[in-house]
Structure formats: structure tokens, C-alpha cells
Ligand binder design. Structure first.
Ligand SMILES: [Zn+2]
Length: 268
């Protein structure tokens, strides 16, 4: 109590000085704290940037009540199994951060999945689907890069070539010239749209929309049709548990080889 009373009777000038010094000390502490916070944040970002330089956007086609095509198996089971396996391979590699467009079992619109990737700014996007035919005769693998005239067309095409080559190496039967096609939606007079699928040799620029997941993507993007769920041989090869693992491994190698080609200043 004595001290307190004594302080109260200090000359006003001394009191002012003391308060000013306390204020300066507090400000210095705050500045130091802010500096440490910024340093920590920058360090964290740099660590992530250099240790995991690539963000890979993986989209398991369909989901929720939308099961996709149904044949020997359901398309959604194939897309989720393959995506989970591919995510596992990428994470184990250590260079990649994986962004999933939706959780397993969830349903989410293509627009929302596309927007999620727009925000995440990935280095690459792979959307996984499977095909179906009217009968069991159709078979094989094909993939769709961003088509001519759209953003990242050239890079997407090269990425697609790596993916198709790896799938061929894994035993897939490539459809069309090289397993690569361009996909568009052509509007009709009733306001509906028809799918237009062209061979990769048709590099003419069309003013039609492409597939929703590939639209306005800020990075190379490819949609794969892994196999035909309506063809038993295809399902055995690339739709079964082992088949999905085989496809995931092919995509993983395709992703690595494509990115390594950029690092070595190869084709873009
Ligand atoms: Zn699909």
C-alpha cells in the first residue's frame, strides 16, 4: 500500500515519462510478436512450396445419388476406388499435395467441384470416369484434355499423351488414334445439348463448351474414361480392385513423367 501511495504523489512529469516508457515497451513486444508470426508463416509456406511443390486436383466422377454408368460394375465405385489409390500413391511420393473435389460417398455438383479446383489453384487436374456402351461390345481407354482454343489446351494435350501412354503400357486398349479425344457440348434448338466427341486429329477450334470439370481450369486438365463398365474384359482389366490399382499406378507415373518433363525444360 505504501508503494502505491508513494506513486500517487510522484511529480506529474515523472509519471508521464514512466507511462511513455511502458507504452514503448508494449509496442516493441507487439512488433516482435508480429515479426515472429510473419516469419513463421513465411517459413511454413516456403517449407510447403519446396518440399511439396505440386498440388494435384483429383476428381472422382459422379458420387452420392449419381452412380454414373451402370454395367458389370457401377461407374462411381470405379472412380472412387481409383481416386483413393491415386491419392495414396501421390501422398506417399512426398512431392504432392492432393486436393479432392469431393469426399468418398458424397454427391457434389460439377460446378461446385470445378469451383473448388479454381480456388485450390492446382498444378494439374485429373477427372476420373468410366465409359458405357449400349451393348457389351465397346471397350478401351480414352481421355479428354482441354480442347483446342480453350485455356491450357497444349499443356493438357501433352499431359493426356503421358497418361494414355502409361495406360497403354499397363495393357489398356486405346480408342481412336491415340486414346485421346476432344469433347464438346453442342446446344440444340430445344435448349438441350448433345455430346460431340472428336478424334485428337481434329484440332479445329469449336466455339462449344467442353466438359464441366475442364472448363476455365487454370492448369492442364484431363478427364479419363478408364474403361467400359459394360464390357467384362475391360472391367477385369481396369474396373476390378486390382484393375483400379493398375490404372491409379499408370496415372501416377503419367503425372510424374509429365511434371518431370517440365522441370527438365522438355516439351510444354
Ligand atoms: Zn462419368
Amino acid at each position: 500500500m505504501k508503494g502505491k501511495n508513494w506513486r500517487e504523489y510522484q511529480p506529474p512529469r515523472k509519471q508521464k515519462k514512466r507511462r511513455r516508457r511502458r507504452k514503448v515497451r508494449l509496442q516493441a513486444k507487439l512488433i516482435l510478436l508480429l515479426f515472429l508470426f510473419v516469419l513463421g508463416y513465411v517459413g511454413f509456406q516456403l517449407y510447403f512450396h519446396y518440399s511439396k511443390p505440386y498440388i494435384i486436383g483429383l476428381d472422382a466422377g459422379h458420387g452420392g445419388v449419381d452412380t454414373g454408368a451402370v454395367g458389370v460394375i457401377r461407374e462411381v465405385d470405379l472412380t472412387e476406388k481409383t481416386t483413393a489409390k491415386l491419392a495414396e500413391l501421390l501422398k506417399a511420393d512426398g512431392r504432392f499435395r492432393v486436393v479432392l473435389s469431393r469426399n468418398e460417398g458424397d454427391g457434389k455438383s460439377i460446378t461446385d467441384r470445378n469451383k473448388l479446383f479454381q480456388r485450390a489453384k492446382p498444378s494439374l487436374v485429373l477427372s476420373i470416369h468410366a465409359n458405357s456402351g449400349e451393348d457389351a461390345s465397346a471397350f478401351g481407354f480414352e481421355c479428354y484434355p482441354s480442347p483446342p482454343g480453350k485455356t491450357n489446351y497444349e499443356e493438357s494435350l501433352v499431359f493426356a499423351q503421358y497418361i494414355a501412354k502409361e495406360m497403354e503400357g499397363a495393357g489398356a486398349r486405346l480408342r481412336g488414334t491415340d486414346g485421346i479425344r476432344f469433347g464438346y457440348y453442342v446446344p440444340d434448338e430445344e435448349g438441350n445439348s448433345d455430346k460431340l466427341l472428336l478424334d485428337s486429329t481434329d484440332t479445329k477450334i469449336y466455339d462449344y463448351d467442353t466438359f464441366g470439370m475442364l472448363k476455365n481450369m487454370t492448369c492442364p486438365a484431363v478427364l479419363v474414361e478408364q474403361c467400359f463398365v459394360t464390357n467384362q474384359q475391360d472391367v477385369n482389366d481396369f474396373g476390378s480392385d486390382e484393375g483400379c490399382t493398375k490404372a491409379a499406378e499408370a496415372y501416377y507415373h503419367g503425372i510424374c513423367k509429365y511434371l518431370e518433363s517440365l522441370e527438365h525444360g522438355g516439351e510444354k
